[in-house]
Write a protein that binds this ligand. Sequence first.
Ligand code: AMP
Length: 188
Amino acid sequence: MKNIVLFGPPGAGKGTQSEKLIEKYKLIHLSTGDILRAERKAGTPLGKKANEYIDKGILVPDEVVIGMVENKINEFPDCPGFIFDGFPRTTAQGEALDTMLNEKGSPITMMIALEVDEDELTKRLLLRGQTSGREDDKNEDTIRKRFKVYNEETLPLKEFYNLQGKYFGVNGMNSIEQVFEDICKLLD
Ligand code: AMP
């Protein structure tokens, strides 16, 4: 079983690479951002709760997201593995994920981090904002807030996985195809 954390700041290409990876390795794509947006669209209580956080560019509380991920993992007891995209985003989420997966005897295989500089990320997000309909991609203040949250709350996970010998970086400035090739080399 392969359980991969695809890591990186907003706009690094996690969604794009996840789509290619699930096709090749038949893994389940678990994107907490996608789940939250779907809940919001459906107008569920969870979606309503997440709304204010997403629009401000801040993180939805850990217990909400952790419960959501646990439900999703339990939906696929026999799958070949998961690609976690946008999760974990805090050390508490990383610890909870380790606990969940260790109980199932299938821990995280590796964390693959897409490394992209902030100028390029801002360009990509503003461009995506023109077509994705995502409000949090249209507003430069929200984008800056998301980088700040990433640097302060999410980046410590690099060390968390590094200490487990599971951190691998990939240059995310390269073309989509090149990045995909580099990730596949690590996975194979
Ligand atoms: P994303 O699509 O991954 O960029 O996520 C969009 C927004 O959803 C984030 O800015 C957060 O408000 C929320 N979100 C997504 N994943 C998480 C998570 N793992 N923990 C907390 N909030 C999250």
